[in-house]
Design a protein around this ligand. Structure first.
Ligand code: MG
Length: 360
């Protein structure tokens, strides 16, 4: 089997509501979708995205630049194509748009390889889990009123979620503590509650407010500090009993290794596109296992559910349905789990009408 053609789609996918965190304010996910086609009629897909149409144009340019490394090749050699692309981007760097572009192509290639084998990606990778614990992430934003927070928390529960993530990092930390308290009271003790600071604190604030938040039985405290302050994050993690999660903003599995070496956090959450796709994510998960640490995910729910189901140390999946509309059917959430699609490859198919609707 040969990859005969790679089609690149540039899309603007509207978010259900503008996203506001301590770091973000966006209304669209400017997305680059890769459709990888073969001489046998199979199609694999992957995507990367940025916030900002011009940045997405830069992403698409990098994807187009790398396409020749896959065209004419056998999709089963996904690791070899990843290695070739890794060498190709050496000069521009193993971070930023180059890694994100590599991720879309690498993911599409793994999707194809598993489709060619007739196996869901989780089983192609040697795993057997059919569902993974998940948490609702598309909501509980920083700019919500208290009433909006409580209404959305109830909605997430009704959708089958048993864990959810609240964004914190408001100008007055006392407001964060109060919002966490009210949401925890409304949820009761049996629902997992995660909080995400989106790098909004300094070390002293993280330790002080983190200690106050320990009263609310949090599942984890995410990205308390600027993402490159690994030593500071390690001190925060050591000072608190609540588990600290980080890693989503860093690039490449070697960055995950540095987090592990410094014991920067209790849970690493590599981002599929910043790892360079399935190949790099699997490397990151293996490193986490070598350090006896669990691994979570960041965005990219369609591929990440297979990866967390496949690795032994997969902990919990971020459920972010922003790209759901690109596919013919959504992932199923039931009783706090995402059901890993039991169809070949990623088990999700792009919807041509959606590609047409969101095209820019
Ligand atoms: Mg986060």
């Amino acid at each position: 089997m040969k990859i005969t053609r790679v089609v690149v789609h540039r899309l603007s996918v509207p978010l259900p509501r503008p996203v506001r965190t301590a770091r973000h304010d966006h209304a669209h996910a400017d997305t680059v979708v890769v459709e990888m086609r073969t001489d046998q009629g199979l199609v694999g897909s992957g995507y990367c995205f940025a916030f900002g149409a011009h940045r997405a144009r830069a992403l698409a340019a990098l994807v187009e630049d790398l396409v020749p490394l896959w065209e004419g090749r056998d999709p089963a050699a996904a690791r070899a194509h990843f290695a070739a692309a890794w060498r190709a981007i050496n000069f521009v760097g193993h971070a930023g748009v180059a890694m994100m572009a590599l991720a879309a192509l690498d993911t599409a290639c793994w999707d194809l390889a598993a489709r060619a084998a007739g196996l869901p990606l989780v089983r192609y990778l040697g795993g057997e889990r059919t569902r993974v614990p998940t948490y609702a992430s598309a909501g509980l934003w920083l700019d919500y009123t208290l009433d909006e927070l409580l209404a959305e928390a109830a909605r997430f529960r009704a959708q089958g979620h048993r864990a959810m993530k609240l964004r914190i990092g408001r100008p007055r930390p006392a407001e964060d503590v109060e919002r966490v308290r009210r949401v925890r009271e409304a949820l009761g003790p049996d629902v997992g509650l995660l909080v995400d600071v989106n790098q909004g604190w300094d070390e002293a604030t993280a330790i002080r407010v983190g200690r106050e938040l320990e009263a609310f039985d949090l599942y984890w405290l995410e990205e308390p500090l600027p993402y490159q302050d690994l030593e500071g994050c390690a001190r925060v993690a050591a000072a608190l009993t609540v588990p600290v999660a980080t890693g989503e903003t860093d690039y490449g599995s070697q960055a995950i290794r540095r987090h592990l070496e410094l014991r920067a956090a209790d849970v690493l959450m590599p981002d599929l596109q910043r790892m360079g796709g399935v190949s790099g994510f699997l490397d990151a998960a293996t490193l986490c296992r070598a350090w006896h640490q669990p691994v979570s995910s960041h965005l990219f729910t369609e591929a990440s559910c297979h990866l967390l189901a496949a690795v032994e140390n997969g902990l919990i999946l971020e459920h972010m349905p922003w790209w759901e509309a690109l596919y013919t059917e959504p992932l199923t959430v039931a009783d706090g789990h995402v059901l890993v699609p039991d169809r070949p490859g990623l088990g999700v198919d792009l919807a041509p009408a959606a590609l047409a609707r969101f095209r820019v």
